[in-house]
Design a protein around this ligand. Structure first.
Ligand code: ARG
Length: 476
């Protein structure tokens, strides 16, 4: 934040930080097992860059409002910057005795710059501080995840582009229903991802609200300027109630909910890829770069990547559940239970990012659709039966009546081991006089797909439009 050179004493040289920053109210040190139990430094060190940035904004505000002098603020700012460099160079390793990242930084600051460092915590509390850190962290991570979602969407669109004309059986109840364009199927996941992206953007508006300056729970008697720190840190709004602001974790729950939905979507496509890659379906083959073998069965090629994604979804749902439970019984305002938010949030972020990355690579380079097998699959079943009913109803037979007639046609075919396309025109006309030679075209899988031109349907022209819409959305 500041780059003017000020004489910063080397580590351990001056200042005398208390072994533990508790006041003299305490007579004995914490039992070491209790200290370790209480500590969060081993995971909240992940917040250090945000903690430093938040403290730098706070200290500049203290100078701006005349609570401390500008030169004191600059000294503190420099000290914080030194800690940042130490951390980045792998030279900052606070132990359990520091308890958490906030104390670790404050202790080190006092070690570095002496008594001036003891002014850093004027007019704030760790409660508004940790809330600030976690919000800054999450705001940043949301941008990263949104970028990864965009890459995921590109991967889907690029693959879809190659498969507008590829047909694949469409299912309901995992029973063959109607054939669809493979691109249409892939673009369904594009749509889910788009909602995920939008959802994160909406949530970010509530993540990006500043609690800094709310104090422990009730505000502060110092003439602080909360808008000043909020502006410095890029927050778009301020909490209006100190009790709410220091103990609100709605934004974290909303994030984990959004993360869970991302995982639901990734898990669904994973499940499909796993099924498609089986011998039974045979719709897709996995490239070696994205598949794994067995330690004993040499013939195996396993879909570990989508299986792991499917499995990891449970962790994220668990984090959402755990944070809901942490929150539900908390009286106002801050309670130490809230320290439990961090590992849930961090692991949620790490998991979602890793899964998005892996699935993007899988879809970009790992799948070879077996087009011959797909082509024969859509021609081997009764998924064109609806089209026979539609055919008759276009010729004036009421749909329900047509539906019943086609039911009989299917039953007859099944008993004779035939498909609809195998019936002679005489056989068709035996079921209804309105059948004529154009029935054969109407029931060909390609035609069955092509005619579904209603908005949002799988007709090739619709799919082409959807693809163009998706591309323009990504390019915007
Ligand atoms: N490590 C704590 C947390 O993560 C920081 C806030 C501690 N506040 C307190 N009053 N003990 O929540």
């Amino acid at each position: 934040m500041t780059s003017s050179s000020s004489p910063i004493p080397p580590a351990h040289d001056s200042g005398s930080p208390d072994p533990k920053l508790w006041s003299q109210r305490f007579e004995s040190a914490l039992n070491p097992v209790i200290a370790a139990f209480n500590a969060s430094i081993h995971f909240d060190i992940a917040l250090i860059e945000y903690d430093l940035t938040g403290s730098q904004a706070h200290v500049q505000m203290l100078a701006h409002t005349g609570i401390i002098s500008q030169s004191e603020a600059d000294t503190i700012d420099q000290g914080l910057e030194t800690i940042r460099q130490e951390y980045r160079q792998g030279q900052f390793h606070p132990g359990t005795d520091a308890e958490d990242v906030h104390f670790a930084v404050e202790n080190r600051l006092i070690e570095l710059i002496g008594n001036t460092g003891k002014k850093l915590h004027t007019g704030r509390s760790r409660n508004d501080q940790v809330g600030t850190d976690i919000r800054l962290y999450l705001h940043d991570q949301i941008q990263h995840i949104q970028t990864l979602i965009r890459s995921w969407q590109w991967a889907l669109v690029n693959l879809a582009q190659d498969h507008v004309q590829t047909l694949i059986p469409g299912y309901t109840h995992l029973q063959r229903a109607q054939p669809v364009s493979l691109a249409h199927h892939l673009l369904a996941y594009f749509e889910m991802a788009e909602r995920d992206w939008q959802r994160l953007r909406e949530i970010d508006q509530r993540v990006n609200v500043s609690p800094l300056g709310l104090g422990a729970l009730a505000g502060t008697p110092f003439p602080i300027d909360r808008q000043y720190t909020a502006d410095q840190l890029g927050f778009v709004d301020l909490y209006r109630n100190s009790l709410d602001g220091v103990s609100d974790r709605d934004f974290a729950i909303e994030f984990l909910c959004a993360a869970s939905l991302i995982m639901v979507h990734l898990s669904r496509i994973s499940e499909e890829i796993i099924l498609w890659a089986s011998e039974e379906f045979g719709f897709v083959k996995l490239k070696d770069s994205c598949a794994t073998g067995s330690s004993i069965m040499p013939q195996k090629k396993n879909p570990d990547i989508p299986e792991l994604v499917r499995g990891k979804s449970g962790r994220v749902f668990g984090h959402l559940q755990s944070l809901l439970v942490v929150m539900k019984g908390l009286p106002l305002a801050y309670n130490k239970d809230l320290q439990e938010d961090k590992e849930a949030i961090f692991d949620g972020v790490i998991t979602v990012k890793a899964c998005l990355e892996a699935m993007t690579i899988l879809v970009m380079e790992g799948l070879v659709f077996q087009t011959t097998r797909l082509e024969s699959a859509v021609g081997e079943d009764f998924s064109n039966a609806t089209d026979v009913a539609d055919y008759l109803s276009k010729k004036g037979v009421p749909f329900r009546e047509a539906y019943n007639i086609v039911g009989l046609v299917v039953k007859t075919c099944l008993s004779q081991g035939k498909l609809l396309k195998d019936l002679t025109i005489e056989e068709w006309q035996h079921f209804h006089p309105q059948f004529s030679a154009d029935i054969y075209k109407a029931i060909s899988p390609r035609q069955v797909v092509a005619v579904r031109k209603s908005f949002g349907g799988t007709g090739f022209t619709q799919v082409q439009n959807a693809l163009e819409h998706a591309q323009s959305l990504l390019e915007a």
